[in-house]
Design a protein around this ligand. Structure first.
Ligand code: ADP
Ligand code: MG
Length: 881
């Protein structure tokens, strides 16, 4: 069997390569060994490609014994590459007594009918590992095996080489337990496999590894006594070489003459033209640990994220200890059928290899996080995420009884008649999707995505009208009070038009024999107008109590407010639909609160943060998704450009020109909590400066978060009524304000805003048919990320592209605000880069749920456990099984 044959030939090769090829001269007759091996392998049933690879072995080892050490090293390294090729073309047998299977047969075997068949082999460990048959299969280990520790929840402090002080440092990295350490992965890898001969060293940027024997060392002190330089001289059979460290006197005691050392670092040229290394990483080859693997040099070396006070070498030692002693105790969660189908490593093998790759591993793949070990672990993250999502969704579909709304669409029709414009086809499409969902007896959990200005509010309102027509109340929940006010204002405008229409209509109906409004219509049945109210913290006690009473009696149809709406003393008469704006600030908790209060309304979540479709399907796996991918007609894309202090004048000129033509301008200042007072001062001073020095001829208003609500309103309304030309503001106008005559958005300190925030702000202009401008005023210093954000803004106005870039720049955790929404953090998986794996994981997870919705099958017990561990609290919201 080829697999076994590969393992057999690995042994002499491994031995030769061990300890940076220290044993290479001790291996005799390798040419003969290889030749007979090739003969043996050729007798096996090989594919054409495999035969070719095997024949290269014989070529490679011709005259091996007569070669120099350097040549031999090259041969061995090439041999490892060939082996790797062989392995990747090799199909892994499912058991030692089964012949090799072709890929297609193997895939067929993954069908459910053969699950038990696979179960028999789960105890065989390492089966899917493409490089090694386990010498010690994990599950075959007796529990008392002395070398393998089992308690992964053990605190890291008790690990050899850690102790309380380092434990505190590790905690800063999020590592408290062994389990967490095992899943704390290297940031990158350095290739220190190749040992260079001293005579051939050249200065350069790439890290180089040198082996030598210590000749002498010494300490020198620079004239000003500031820097103490420890100088080490080593030699190999080709030359002498120097390394230097600063202020590390203790090294004197470490590098005793005649010690064998390996150094890794960048080569530079000293002022006499000699080669040297400054502060290299080092490793001593003492006789006692000669048989141990090299850790810091002579191999592919993991580089971990660190924190102040923690050093790479210490971290590496700690991780090595943990991986050696605990990786085998990590319980395999991924069902065998899946591991087999994708040819994934076993979990423990993936952990071992991601931390300490083998010398045959591909460094480039490792650094791109695309090595087999990475793929397996990334898949795991996605798989558990999707499984959790799928179970939630499944649970709500099966167990929760929702409302089957019954409505004819009368209110919707009246609203449409009252509107001065027709809805876009995208709006119509998502309205159909939403209404279909509302009519069904299952509860609706739907995400409504659409760029700023795509008309989500209107869509939400039509959904709410449908619920109201069916005899229920609706609510809109937003993250801040200001947003609540703005939403209220916007919806009130629409409602007013609707009410006028209703009034005219009932007047007409009374004076003609025309068919009256449907008798089951909630509004007409109560013979009243449509009533909407705002519920915020700013209300007077009496007012508030009155409104609460009206809500409880069902006299108010639609309530707008913050999340206080569902948390406190508010009782609804018949809450049927709740619309939540800006998903990222809310999450599953809110829905759980609602349910706990005895309501099970349909839920529509609106977000202006568009996410690529595949991603939203996956990340909000428990939600249905509707997307408005079209803006109302007549909008011209906003022209975006960057400005710096030195050309501020140009920006002002553009502003003046626009105002001259009767347009209006926003100027926005960043306001961050930590420097709130300073920022506020800047914004206030700037508006004074503008009013006095720059634009004395124009009308300038100012709004900021510290103002009283009435004052803010006054300013906003004045701007809307064109009593102001310029509105200076802190970010409070981010969402909601809607003045189509405004054509310039000047953003001060644009480098301090997040990408989606910038995009939202830009969405405040370009709402009319005139050409609009977004001016990004930037100042230095600017981070790399800030630069990328601004680039993205200038390059595109497409919200979906912006979202993709934002996701790239910020990473998924922050992007989705997973901390709030209950989605577990992704450690290495990347939603964009790894989208293929994500789709596979989703497919597999959902297939499992279809077959075994309660995760009751024996082969799903391990994954169920992993799931519970990974999702912890957020899964409490549902009960599986
Ligand atoms: P969003 O909430 O998605 O940011 P809004 O609902 O605030 O978008 O709509 C933005 C603006 O577009 C509003 O002034 C709204 O009246 C207008 N609008 C909405 N739908 C249409 C449409 N189909 N045609 C023209 N204008 C529309
Ligand atoms: Mg909106």
């Amino acid at each position: 069997m080829l697999h076994n044959a590969i393992q057999r030939i690995r042994k002499p090769l491994d031995f030769s390569a061990k300890n940076h090829f220290a044993n290479i001269e001790r291996v005799r007759d390798l040419e003969k060994t290889i030749a007979s091996w090739v003969e043996h392998v050729n007798a096996l049933d090989l594919s054409g490609a495999q035969q070719q690879t095997v024949s290269q072995f014989r070529e490679l080892f011709r005259q091996y014994d007569g070669k120099t050490v350097v040549e031999k090293i090259a041969v061995i390294q090439a041999a490892f590459h060939l082996l790797q090729e062989l392995e990747t073309t090799n199909v892994i047998p499912i058991s030692s007594n089964t012949a090799e299977l072709s890929a297609s047969v193997r895939d067929e075997l993954v069908e459910p009918s053969v699950n038990e068949h696979f179960d028999k082999f789960t105890t065989n460990g390492g089966l899917l590992d493409s490089t090694a048959v386990e010498e010690k299969p994990s599950s075959a280990l007796p529990p008392s095996e002395p070398d393998v520790q089992h308690d992964l929840s053990l605190e890291i402090q008790y690990i050899k080489g850690v102790g309380p002080k380092r434990a505190r440092l590790l905690q800063r990295l999020g590592i408290q337990t062994i389990q967490q350490a095992l899943f704390f992965f290297p940031r990158r890898y350095e290739d220190r496999r190749r040992i260079e001969k001293i005579a051939y060293l050249r200065p350069g940027d790439h890290p180089t590894t040198v082996y030598g024997v210590v000749r002498r060392s010494g300490l020198t002190v620079t004239p000003k006594q500031r820097v103490r330089i420890f100088e080490l001289e080593i030699s190999d059979d080709t030359g002498v070489f120097t390394a230097k460290w600063f202020n590390q006197d203790y090294l004197r005691r470490i590098f005793k003459p005649a010690t064998q050392v390996v150094l890794s670092g960048k080569i530079s040229m000293n002022r006499y033209g000699g080669m040297e290394m400054i502060q290299p990483e080092y490793e001593l080859l003492t006789t006692t640990d000669a048989d141990e693997d090299l850790l810091h040099t002579g191999r592919i070396v993991p580089i971990y994220p660190l924190t102040d006070g923690l050093y790479q070498k210490d971290m590496r030692k700690i991780m090595k200890h943990i991986v050696d002693h605990y990786a085998l105790s990590v319980e395999e969660g991924l069902p065998l059928a899946i591991r087999r189908k994708y040819r994934f490593f076993d979990l423990h093998k993936a952990l071992q290899r991601i931390h300490f790759p083998e010398n045959t591993d591909d460094v480039a793949l490792l650094n791109q996080e695309k090595s087999p070990a990475h793929q397996r672990l990334i898949f795991d993250e996605f798989f558990l995420l999707e499984l959790g999502m799928g179970l939630k969704r499944q649970h709500s579909l099966v167990h929760e009884k929702g409302i089957a709304f019954e409505f004819q669409g009368d209110l919707e029709r009246y609203l449409r008649q009252a509107l001065p414009f027709p809805l876009t086809s995208a709006q119509n499409r998502v309205i159909r999707e939403i209404q279909q969902n509302m009519r069904a007896p299952q509860p609706m959990n739907r995400l409504l995505q659409g760029d700023v200005g795509s008309g989500k509010t209107l869509v939400a309102l039509i959904a709410l009208l449908s619920a109201i027509e069916a005899g229920y109340q609706g609510a809109i929940m937003v993250p801040t009070e200001i947003l609540a006010e703005q939403h209220f204002r916007k919806i009130s405008d629409y409602i007013q038009q609707l009410n006028e229409h209703l009034a005219r209509k009932s007047h007409q109906d009374r004076h003609s024999s025309q068919e009256p409004i449907q008798p089951d219509l909630y509004l007409s049945a109560h013979n009243q107008q449509f009533r909407i109210c705002l519920l915020t913290g700013g209300l007077k006690k009496r007012e508030r109590e009155e409104r609460l009473l009206q809500i409880e009696r069902g006299e108010i149809h639609l309530v707008v407010g913050t999340h206080a709406l569902i948390q406190h003393d508010v009782a609804f008469h018949r809450l049927g639909l709740i619309v939540i704006d800006e998903q990222h600030k809310f999450g599953v908790m809110q829905r759980a609160t609602l349910k706990a209060k005895g309501y099970n309304p349909d839920v529509l979540i609106m977000t202006a943060t568009p996410i690529p479709r595949t991603l939203s399907l996956t990340v909000y796996g428990d939600l249905d998704v509707s997307i408005i991918d079209e803006l109302p007609p007549g909008r011209t894309p906003v022209m975006t450009s960057r400005f710096y202090e030195q050309n501020r004048e140009k920006a002002y000129r553009l502003i003046a020109e626009e105002i001259q033509q009767g347009r209006q301008v926003y100027i926005v200042y960043p306001l961050v909590e930590e420097s709130e007072n300073l920022d506020l001062k800047a914004a206030t001073e700037m508006s004074e400066h503008l009013a006095q020095d720059v634009f004395p001829q124009y009308r300038i208003g100012l709004v900021h978060g510290r103002m009283k609500a009435e004052e803010k309103d006054r300013q906003m309304i004045a701007f809307k009524n064109h009593e102001l030309d310029i509105l200076v503001s802190t970010t409070v106008l981010e969402v909601g304000i809607d003045v189509s005559n405004a054509t310039v958005m000047l953003i001060e300190h644009a480098e301090r805003f997040g990408l989606s925030q910038l995009h939202q702000l830009r969405g405040r202009v370009g709402r009319g048919s005139q050409r609009s401008f977004c001016l990004l005023m930037t100042s230095y210093p600017m981070s790399q990320e800030a630069r990328r954000r601004l680039d993205a803004m200038v390059e595109t106005t497409d919200g979906f592209l912006i979202a993709e870039r934002d996701l790239e720049i910020r990473g998924p955790g922050e992007f989705f605000g997973t901390k709030q929404s209950g989605v577990p953090d992704l450690h290495i998986a990347n939603l964009i880069r790894d989208v293929k794996l994500l789709e596979c994981a989703r497919e597999e997870a959902f297939a499992i749920i279809r077959k075994d919705p309660g995760l009751m099958f024996s082969e799903h017990q391990a994954v169920k456990k992993a799931l519970e561990q990974r999702w912890k609290k957020s899964l409490d919201l549902i009960s599986i099984g």
